[in-house]
Design a protein around this ligand. Structure first.
Ligand code: DGL
Length: 228
């Protein structure tokens, strides 16, 4: 289907999280028009059923396409896990780029062979994540320790990026993961880069400032650049 070169790229997430991906796209593709949709009324997706996430994703895609979008970025790990296949089936001609937790780069980087993964409950429970997880653990021998950060997206949506309850929530998960000897931590939700300073502070307080942090927002932008 022919589209105008100046048609926008549609980007969406359940809320502000996708902006952590958009900032990389803005740098890599400064001349592109970007149209961002935050589905705040339905956030967090991580506590919704797969059917609900698929329904929201298809509705938003339809809206963005009606606005003339020439490509779609699913800037949400949870929506990618639940709905990217449905999206590709509905729009086989469309450029669709999604985001997945960076298990592969983490496995390559980890020396202790123990990797922590912070993500939403829905992402961790998805068939797509479990398949990736099982395949990589079998292929590399790396163990992934998953933490469903329930409540963290709400804190970030409220802008509580350095509030005490946000710090406590993170500290609890990080303590558990550090007890497993992790040396690499995957940010498996696009909201989480906004609390990376707080994560780094918690790691310092827990005596583990050297933990490597993986965010796949840059990889999504590179993939989009290749596809456009
Ligand atoms: N930012 C999303 C993700 O990457 C969704 C978080 C949510 O709404 O629960 O998973």
């Amino acid at each position: 289907m022919p589209v105008a070169a100046d048609a926008p790229i549609g980007i969406f997430d359940s809320g502000v999280g996708g902006l952590s991906v958009l900032r990389h796209i803005r740098i890599d593709m400064p001349h592109e028009h970007l149209l961002y949709f935050a589905d705040s009324a339905y956030a967090p997706y991580g506590e919704r059923s797969e059917a609900e996430i698929v329904e929201r994703t298809l509705t938003i895609a339809q809206f963005l396409l009606a606005q003339g979008a020439k490509a779609l970025v699913v800037a949400c790990n949870t929506a990618t896990a639940a709905a990217i296949s449905a999206l590709r089936i509905h729009y086989p001609w469309l450029i669709v780029v999604g985001i997945e937790p960076g298990l592969k780069p983490a496995a390559q980087q980890s020396r202790s062979r123990q990797v922590g993964v912070l993500a939403t409950r829905a992402t961790l429970a998805s068939a797509r994540f479990i398949a990736l997880h099982d395949q990589l653990s079998a292929a590399t021998g790396v163990r992934f320790h998953n933490a469903a950060c329930i409540g963290l997206v709400d804190q970030i949506e409220q802008g509580a990026l350095s509030a005490a309850p946000t710090a406590q929530l993170l500290q609890g998960h990080l303590k558990t993961l550090l007890a497993q000897q992790i040396d690499t931590l995957v940010l498996g939700c696009t909201h989480y880069p906004f609390v990376q300073p707080l994560i780094e502070e918690s790691l310092r307080n827990l005596g583990a400032p050297e933990i490597g942090i993986i965010d796949t927002g840059v990889a999504v932008s590179r993939q989009l650049t290749r596809r456009i």
